[in-house]
Design a protein around this ligand. Structure first.
Ligand code: S3P
Length: 426
């Protein structure tokens, strides 16, 4: 099993453009495959999760050229153009692949089976099975493998009991095929990349407050898609720069969708010096340059409607809390327990090993700040975001840190180590 050894650095400096947003990359492959016509894609993520989505569509007869590079051509075949996959579809580590794809497969005129790695097979799928069954789908399994028998779906109105963009997107994709208007209402606004891309590709979709409605059976129109840099990937370096006095980094063309910007808003509230420049929009997704410098932070409470806007960055905010003055409380974040690993448990274990005073709660963590981290042997538990957050922790710790089980980083951000090397000043 691979590990990363980390030594403290002086600061981070430099300018660069990050690889494409993972969430938008998944949706690009899916919607371009279902659209009529050829889509040129630029800036797509090269993470393994994205390759899983691409392979799934290739196995259903979609021609995708350029896989492995950051520009693709996808020959969409229309809503009814998929053919039965040649084999069981392997979603690897990717919850987004499994949950979004299930919505599409539930409406096909063929059967299919989806599976994944050990982590994905432990993650709850009843959250998508229940609404899809209400729409008339036939699905066997509450955990992967899922056996999906395609059916003619009917439109429903569904209130999602947990904050989840994956569940919302799954229902909207099923709604593309249902007769009539499908309505999804969420508790708090989660990332809206699916809605934005569907609108861009001319689906019949409308957003009102926390309800999204889509009228089914309308074909999507293929259009070029440029994917902005991944704000979740950017966040590792932004945090690193903030921690280390003398740092100054500029990350260009980062996705700045308001439903994903929680990390910037919270860090600013904690006192971080972050600036957004050149804010612009392309393909219905905002983007801009993020500039960050070494700053002093203070502890805060993070919870409620903010949580879905920052769900993937909470491990980094837990790390930020260790350096902030005073106490930081993270609450209402029980969803962290069903991510690639139980991130509340993993943070509590690893931060304790590094000398942090941390209390684990069912729905979050309480972290005491102003802590000088100690280098330690820490464990990603096979979770890419945990692995990368721990590498950043190692940069500011006293002594050497060894992060074990780091192969998982390539599921979302294979370029992580190379980019960090470019920014590091030792
Ligand atoms: C994602 C939604 C979030 C997020 C995940 C990607 C998406 O999951 O944690 O990394 O692309 O829709 P949930 O919808 O389960 O919160």
């Amino acid at each position: 099993m691979s590990e990363i050894r980390v030594k403290p650095v002086k600061c981070l400096r430099g300018e660069l453009t990050l690889p494409g947003d993972k969430s938008i990359s998944h949706r690009t492959i899916m919607l371009a495959s279902l659209a009529r016509g050829k889509t040129s894609v630029s800036g797509i993520s090269k993470g393994e999760d994205i390759l899983k989505t691409a392979h799934a569509f290739q196995s259903m007869g979609i021609e995708i050229q350029g896989l492995g590079s950051d520009s693709l051509t996808i020959q969409g075949k229309g809503l009814r153009g998929l053919s039965q996959p040649r084999d069981i579809v392997d979603c690897g580590n990717s919850g987004t692949t499994m949950r979004l794809l299930s919505g599409i497969l539930a409406a096909q005129n063929f059967s299919s089976t989806l599976t994944g790695d050990e982590s994905l097979r432990k993650r709850p799928m009843d959250r998508i099975v229940e609404p899809l069954e209400k729409m008339g789908a036939r699905i066997k399994g509450k955990f992967a493998p899922l056996k999906i028998e395609g059916k003619r779906l009917k439109a429903v109105s569904y209130r999602i009991p947990i904050p989840s963009a994956q569940v919302k997107s799954c229902i909207l994709l099923a709604g593309l095929y249902a007769q009539g208007k499908t309505e999804v209402t969420e508790l708090a606004r989660s990332r809206d990349h699916t809605e934005r891309m569907l609108k861009y590709l001319e689906a019949d979709i409308e957003v009102r407050d926390l309800t999204v409605s889509i009228t089914g059976e309308k074909e999507l129109i293929a259009k070029p898609i440029n994917i902005p840099g991944d704000i979740s990937s950017a966040s590792f370096f932004v945090i690193g720069a903030i921690f280390l006095p003398g740092s100054h980094i500029r990350l260009s063309g980062v996705g700045l969708n308001p439903t994903r910007m929680g990390i910037i808003d919270i860090l600013k509230e904690m006192g971080a010096e972050i600036e957004i420049e050149n804010l612009r929009e392309a393909n219905n997704e905002p983007r801009g340059d993020v500039v960050a410098r070494g700053s002093r932070l203070k502890g805060i409470t993070i919870g409620g409607e903010m949580i879905p806007r920052v769900i993937d960055e909470l491990p980094l905010l837990a790390l930020a809390a260790t350096k902030a003055e005073g106490e930081t409380i993270i609450k209402d974040a029980q969803e962290l327990r069903v991510k690639e690993t139980d991130r509340i448990r993993a943070l509590s274990i690893n931060l304790s090993r590094m000398g942090v005073e941390v209390e684990e709660r069912e729905d979050g963590l309480i972290i005491q700040g102003s802590c000088q981290l100690k280098g330690a042997k820490v464990d990603s538990f096979g979770d890419h975001r945990m692995a990368m957050a721990l590498v950043m922790a190692g940069l500011i710790a006293r002594g050497k840190t060894v992060v074990s089980d780091t192969d998982c980083i390539k599921t979302s951000f294979p370029e992580f180590e190379a980019i960090l090397k470019r920014l590091k000043v030792v």
